[in-house]
Design a protein around this ligand. Structure first.
Ligand SMILES: O=C(O)CCC(=O)C(=O)O
Length: 281
């Protein structure tokens, strides 16, 4: 995997905001190639008859079947983004989820739709909201421009990864108050990364074009991969390089060290300090 160093400013901004934009993560050719694949996967959705008055009918969140193509396998180790994830989490990660998010245009005059503000991976259901750890990062690749507000990009509540409780949404409203809601303005080919703890939600696409985003989520290897993630079987994995194999779940035993990404991190001098079990005092 090609190396990109996470700068101090990027780390600080990810720690503060809970998300980070990577401009030009994909080339135009990569966007075109991926869009051809994802349009095919979304064909039935794209061909449905228009229901602009029902924003919820216009959203596709398709998860399985996204790792069947050389271009999406290349994305698993994308050098502009995944090295940042490995430095923000650690080398001990794997691919945790994939999702294709398409939103067809909805009537721009519709009243605001009820949102689905949430934190990822459902950890608060077991641990509550207090002092949650960062255990996963989603990388979201824009396949269309997002130049106007309300054009279908995931909304992010800036800094909410640090919140020690649920979001407070005033009665009759759809968004929380007292916290900045970010509707990022991005180009096709840009990516944004977000922390599993940040509150985020889908929102309607009030533009006149379909919005398209491909999301690849990474998490520590002790987190079970999503069941629909169609990793290649062990035999098919052999054709890939060691880092791709690790990220696609080659080491099934969590006690096996993350050999491939640890070697990559050592080579690029970003291996984290070992954490001892005990020290002499
Ligand atoms: O559809 C969207 O924009 C939001 C996706 C989302 O909430 C998620 O991936 O957890």
């Amino acid at each position: 995997m090609d190396f990109t160093r996470l700068t101090k400013e990027q780390r600080k901004s990810f720690d503060c905001d809970g998300f980070l934009v990577v401009a030009n993560a994909l080339s135009r050719q990569e966007v075109a190639g991926l869009t051809e694949i994802t349009d095919n996967k979304a064909r039935a959705f794209l061909d449905k008859h228009d229901v602009p008055s029902r924003a919820e009918y216009n959203q596709l969140d398709l998860r399985p079947g996204l790792l069947k193509y050389p271009a999406t396998i290349d994305l698993v180790t994308k050098g502009t983004t995944v090295p940042l994830v490995a430095q923000l989490l650690s080398p001990n990660i794997h691919l945790h989820s994939t999702a294709l998010i398409y939103k067809r245009p909805s009537d721009p005059d519709l009243p605001p739709m009820r949102r689905g503000w949430h934190r990822d991976i459902r950890i608060p259901r077991d641990l509550g909201h207090k002092n949650l750890p960062r255990v996963g990062i989603k990388v979201c690749y824009c396949l269309t421009d997002f130049h106007e507000k309300d054009s279908g990009l995931t909304l992010l509540a800036r800094g909410s990864q640090e919140l020690n409780g649920p979001l407070i949404i005033p009665e009759g409203k759809v968004d929380p108050q007292g916290i900045e809601i970010c509707d990022l303005k991005l180009n096709a080919g840009d990516a944004f990364l977000f922390d599993n703890r940040i509150y985020h939600t889908a929102s309607p696409n009030r533009s006149n074009r379909v919005s398209k985003v491909l999301m690849f989520g990474y998490a520590y290897r002790w987190m079970k991969q999503e069941v629909y993630l169609d990793n290649p079987d062990q035999k098919s994995l052999r054709r890939y390089d060691p880092v791709t194999r690790q990220l696609l779940g080659e080491y099934t035993d969590i006690d096996t060290p993350a050999w491939a990404l640890q070697a990559w991190a050592r080579k690029n001098k970003v291996n984290p300090e070992p954490v001892p079990w005990h020290v002499e005092a």
